[in-house]
Every structure is written in C-alpha cells, then in structure tokens.
Design a binder for this molecule. Sequence first.
Ligand code: AMP
Ligand code: MG
Length: 340
Amino acid sequence: MTKIKSNELVCLGIEGTAHTFGIGIVKDKEILSNAKDVYKPKHGSGIHPGEAAAHHKEVGEKVLEEALAAAGVSLSDLDILSYSAGPGLPPCLKATAEFVQELAEKTNKPPIPVNHCIAHIEIGRMLTKSKDPVIIYVSGGNTQIIGYASQRYRVFGETMDIAIGNALDTFIRETTGDYPGGPILENLAKAGKNYVELPYVVKGMDLSFSGIITAALNKYKQKEKLRITLEDICFSLQETTFAMLTEVTERALAHTGKSEVLLTGGVAANKRLTGMLDIMCKERGASFYVCPMEYAGDCGANIAWAGLLQYLADKNDEKPVEKADFKRNWRTDDVEVNWI
Ligand code: AMP
Ligand code: MG
C-alpha cells in the first residue's frame, strides 16, 4: 500500500465536549472546512448535559454532511479520524465517542483521541505562527494559563472553581436572564462609570471566580442603596477578573522567560481583555497573539489539526480500530506532547 505524503493527509476532527458539536477537516495546515451546530439551553438556564448530548446525536449526520461538502471530500478520502475525548461533560463525550466509533467502522480508520485543551493551543499556535507562547485558555468551561516544557503543556495557573466564561454567563443570567453572558456583559460594561469594590482572588498562580460572582450579585441586589448600576458592576467585573488573568499571565512570562502570549477560547473575543494583555505584553517586550475568533471557540477544525499532529508523531496508522473511549477529567498536562 503506498502511503500518501504527510502533507497530503486529510484529517477529520470531531468536537463534542460541551455545547458545540463540530466537525472540521484539515489537509496539512490548510483548513478545508469547519462545520458546527451549537446547543442552546432551553429556558435560558445553564447547559444541561443530557440535553446537550441529545443535541449532538440529533445534528451529527447533518454536521458531517456539511463538513464533507464544504471540504469537497468524501469519506473514502479521509486518512485520519480524530475526536475530542475530554475533558468535558460525560454525556456529551459519550455521544461524541459513539459518533466517531461508527465513522471508524465505516472508514476502517482508528479514531485518535484528542485532548480538547491541547487542540485549542495547537490551532492557535499554527494560525498565529507563535512558537513557544504562554497560553491563556479562557472559555465557558476552562480557565488555564499554560506553557510548554519538557514534552508537556504545563498548567502554571488555573481556576480553582468555575471558569471565567461560566462566571460571566452566570452573572448575566441571574441579572438579565440572557445567555451567553460574555458579549452582553462587555457591552454593558462600556456604559459603566463607577468602579464597584469586588474581591480580587489570586492564590499563588491560581484563580477563583465564584466568590466574585456572589459578591457582584449581592451588589446588584443593593444597587439602589449603593447608587450603582448594572453597567457599573459589569465594568467592575471585567476590570477585576481580567486584571487577575493578566497578573498570573505576567508572572508566568517572568518565571518561564518566554516572550510570547497566545490568547484563545471564547472569552478571547473580549476587547477589554485583549487590551489589558496587550499593554502588559508591550511593557514586557513580549509578542501578543490572539487566535482568530472563528477557531478560538470550540470547533472541529482544531481537533482535526491536533489529531494530525498526533498521528504524524505517533505514526500509529497501523493501529487496529479500537473502541473510542473518553476521559471526563483529562488534564492538559497528562498528555505527552511528542510532536514538538
Ligand atoms: P467557548 O466555551 O470557548 O466556546 O466560549 C464560550 C464562552 O465565551 C461563553 O462563556 C461566552 O460568554 C464567552 N464569551 C463570548 N464572547 C465574549 C465576550 N465578548 N466577552 C467575554 N466573554 C465572552
Ligand atoms: Mg473549549
């Protein structure tokens, strides 16, 4: 059997750890397609894992057809299959593993399990051409400050409770009933005038957001008495939580001696956050990169790209088709990075 050249390999990646079911197809560094369908919680409440998994099962075939059509390839053109195997919500991970398992049997390709967080890092590095950055991964479900050292992506700092995106979503849901909260909060914050005192919680290199949200909700309940507005609280929430993220990132740069910062995840859309990090990087002489928004949030293209990197490093194309599995708490630093 003649193996096609590595730079012609076509890899399909499936994302399904939380709200997004996405399928992307890459051919070397070229992203051929990135189809997705995002689950929206009913009744404006938070994500319901069972509902999200049912969503993934419902839209799976449709998203696959879209991804193949947009890439102009058929199932028989695929060389590699990869899927997000964790971390994530178990019902969603199970639905994703079952989906890729079926595809593996149809195509006779072993499904490569990809760590969701590492996929975010690798697509960001590839698209921004950053080489060895301190990575800030801020999303609905994750908040980590990461850097590469000795064959692993090491987590230098992370949230001790909820993720920053989840924190902002919770505050907006409780005060306005809307979702997702991040973009709404950013807009409201622009009209904020007064800084409202909130707890600033950095412990060593780790962060905590849940107490800040409780404090912000308490201020909201007393807003008439305190003569403050919802806009003031949104402004203050951004100033406080983003200053915390910037502080830990700056310390990670100082400790590691790295000279690049890469921001990724859905919260990377926030202009105040990018503004603060930009100032910090300029002051330290570091380069600041933001993953293009189309690929910063959860998507299949990043799983496909990370799957391809892993495949080329492992040379595991001869592996038998094993049953696709998942790991709900799969940590970023558990993965041996053998492609760098
Ligand atoms: P992800 O989990 O990576 O798909 O990102 C989704 C998260 O990003 C949600 O928690 C959103 O509220 C958050 N988000 C999206 N846009 C913004 C923004 N402009 N400011 C802050 N957070 C945002
Ligand atoms: Mg994510």
